[in-house]
Design a protein around this ligand. Structure first.
Ligand SMILES: [Fe+2]
Ligand SMILES: [Fe+2]
Length: 268
């Protein structure tokens, strides 16, 4: 099974660039075309939040238009640049099959059951705040889902990494309820990996018996500042995405694919 992960697309309205300089629509088109031509073809594409630049309904519509050519099922979750209501107004049950309506909240949580690896969409957003959150209601829901198939290998896809990874986007933006999520991850050994976005850099770390990974953005590359002293800056980079390969031997192997110009291939 092959899963493509596209993250942090930050799509503006047609004709506008993200932060006035980043051609994210072109980058997304490039990724979609590349994914459609891959052999083997990914079985599914997960878009892990920050779909829009500024949460405008037209930006969601444009993102949907750009994603529609994907030749396989694809699914969306929100990031901190998005809002649940606007996202759900644009993406239907095919691409955002929300079934949980928890209390007065409206989390974008759902489970995709039809693949060898069970895929759980977990809404980590915190209203009007850049950081992540995992509240009691979401904990109850997640535990119910994991209980329902605790022997099936599972991937959780969410926007915010729940662990401090040494950059502002995790350490300073924060994640309320990380210890709550950690307790669940520690309990359910079926969780192979939590795949995230938000950081705009490919990063991995071991966390409570599982792996937390962050995908690159499709072109807004975070300038790495391990001092945590400087305001966030980005560089424009080639479009990139990740491929998570659930191998025949049941190992989850992650590849980061950059669509920048290269020379080759040459024989080894
Ligand atoms: Fe982002
Ligand atoms: Fe984000």
């Amino acid at each position: 099974m092959l899963i493509a992960q596209i993250s942090d697309t930050h799509i503006s309205v047609p004709g506008k660039k993200a932060y006035s300089v980043a051609s994210m629509a072109d980058n997304l088109t490039h990724c979609v075309e590349h994914i459609n031509q891959l052999t083997p073809r990914p079985d599914v594409v997960l878009i892990t939040g920050d779909i829009t630049y500024s949460d405008h309904p037209d930006e969601y519509r444009y993102a949907a238009e750009l994603l529609t050519p994907l030749g396989m099922p694809w699914f969306v979750i929100p990031g901190n640049h998005d809002s649940r209501g606007n996202l759900k107004n644009c993406f239907d049950q095919v691409n955002c099959p929300v079934t949980s309506q928890i209390l007065e909240n409206d989390f974008i949580n759902y489970v995709i059951e039809e693949f060898p690896l069970r895929l759980i969409a977990l809404d980590s957003t915190r209203s009007k705040h850049p950081g992540g959150e995992f509240c009691d209601a979401r904990a109850v829901w997640l535990e119910q889902q994991l209980d329902a198939a605790a022997d099936r290998p599972t991937m959780i896809f969410t926007h915010h990494p729940p662990v401090k990874m040494g950059v502002r986007e995790t350490d300073i933006d924060g994640f309320i309820g990380a210890e709550r999520l950690a307790a669940i991850i520690e309990k359910y050994h079926c969780v192979e990996q939590l795949i995230c976005g938000h950081v705009h850099l490919p990063m991995f770390t071991r966390w409570h018996g599982s792996i937390v990974s962050a995908a690159p953005s499709i072109g807004l590359h975070l300038r790495l500042d391990l001092t945590l002293q400087h305001p966030s800056q980005f560089c424009l980079d080639a479009p990139a995405f990740q491929l998570h390969h659930w191998t025949a031997d049941s190992h989850l192997v992650t590849h980061t694919i950059s669509l920048g110009a290269i020379s080759g291939p040459h024989p080894f």
